[in-house]
Design a protein around this ligand. Structure first.
Ligand code: ADP
Ligand code: MG
Length: 352
């Protein structure tokens, strides 16, 4: 792998859960992020995927130093950035920028596009001499495919896709090395999603950027991610190269997510297995013991309630290197899969 630019280790973010107004007392914790480890290589894209509420945005905020972790470290080019303050914190924030999920709410409607894109220079005046800002803002608009003549317009005068380009231009203003894109296309029409993803792809090569690209849908990150991490209830349950995850998923949760991705070909659709998970995602205030996925897992056995599975290459796949030999937090990743049902069985056409 490329030289690491971000190394995340044992990352935890718990929000206190309080009761009472007059006598506020802590009655528990929302375990939004509960032990996350990953490495991002320079120039690489890591896709982080998981259902709503699994902790993706919290990871994004921690990476961008917008929140402080409860525990764990985030190393940026070797240096732990989780305990920085003052000038050092400001400097690292410059280097790791966020692109937000919803371009409709993240852009101030009363500011012109020029002011929005140039705002980072107000916070970091050292990044651009005052007399040079206008020229830079125009260049940034050009870089993201917008007409520089638009500087004096307001956000409502743009489409969703254009607004996200404005958000991306602002993210680039300080020439960061890492961009954390938190569901950057989720709020956009399907028809413009690919355009924005292609733009991010082009900018990555042009500006030597490393990406953490967050999505709730595995199919969205397939074409941009070099590696993928699948999250469930505050933890990464499986991670590997793009082809390993899509073609050889070994965690039951990833298998279930992939089985739900729409397949255009009716022939393929009939033969593939559709895995239906039982129940709902448990609350992050009340995480199951042992494997946190066990309450919805068709493979769950007694051991799963007792023992937290480590995110490691499963024993059975270690001996024979191949696409299945990637980290997966399941005690029974290599076992046969009882209880799975195909689409046709679900429709009542097969033995069930
Ligand atoms: P995602 O982006 O994957 O949808 P989030 O990181 O936004 O997930 O949230 C993870 C969990 O943490 C959710 O249950 C959410 O309600 C909770 N959460 C997020 N931010 C806070 C906060 N500031 N205070 C309390 N709970 C929070
Ligand atoms: Mg989110």
């Amino acid at each position: 792998m490329a030289e690491p630019i971000l190394e995340v280790s044992g990352l935890v973010k718990h929000y206190p859960l309080t009761r009472g107004v007059l006598f506020r007392r802590q009655v528990g914790a929302v375990k939004a992020v509960d032990g996350v480890d990953f490495t991002l290589g320079r120039g690489e894209t890591l896709g982080v995927v998981g259902e709503s509420g699994c902790g993706k945005s919290t990871v994004a905020k921690l990476l961008c130093s917008l929140e402080r972790p409860t525990a764990g470290t985030i190393r940026f080019k070797g240096e732990d950035i989780t305990r920085l303050s003052g000038k050092a914190l400001k400097a690292v924030r410059r280097n790791i920028q966020m692109v937000f999920q919803d371009p409709y709410t993240s852009l101030n409607p009363r500011m012109t596009v020029g002011d929005i894109v140039g705002e980072p220079y107000d916070i970091h005046p050292e990044a651009a001499p005052k007399g040079d800002r206008r020229r830079r803002v125009r260049e940034l608009l050009d870089v993201v495919g917008l007409d520089p003549e638009y500087v004096n317009r307001y956000p409502h005068q743009f489409s969703g896709g254009q607004r996200q380009r404005i958000g991306i231009a602002r993210g680039l203003a300080l020439r960061p090395e890492v961009i954390v894109a938190d569901e950057p296309v989720s709020a956009l029409d399907v028809s413009v999603q690919a355009q924005v993803i292609n733009l991010l792809d082009r900018l990555q090569a042009e500006f030597d950027l490393s990406y953490v690209f967050i999505a709730h849908d595995l199919s969205l990150v397939r074409h941009i991610a070099d590696r993928v991490a699948v999250m469930y209830l505050g933890r990464i349950v499986e991670t590997g190269r793009e082809s390993e995850i899509y073609d050889h998923p070994t965690h039951p949760y990833t298998q279930a997510l992939l089985s739900a991705v729409p397949v255009p070909d009716p022939e393929a659709r009939e033969h593939r297995e559709r895995i239906i998970l039982s129940g709902d995602v448990p609350s992050p205030t009340d995480v199951p013991s042992g494997c946190r996925f066990r309450t919805r897992c068709w493979k769950a056995r007694e051991r799963c309630a007792r023992e937290v599975p480590a995110l490691a290459v499963p024993e059975a796949f270690r001996a024979a290197p191949g696409p299945a030999a990637h980290p997966s937090a399941c005690h029974f990743a290599a076992d046969e899969q009882p209880g799975r049902r195909t689409e046709s069985q679900l429709n009542g056409n097969g033995p069930g």
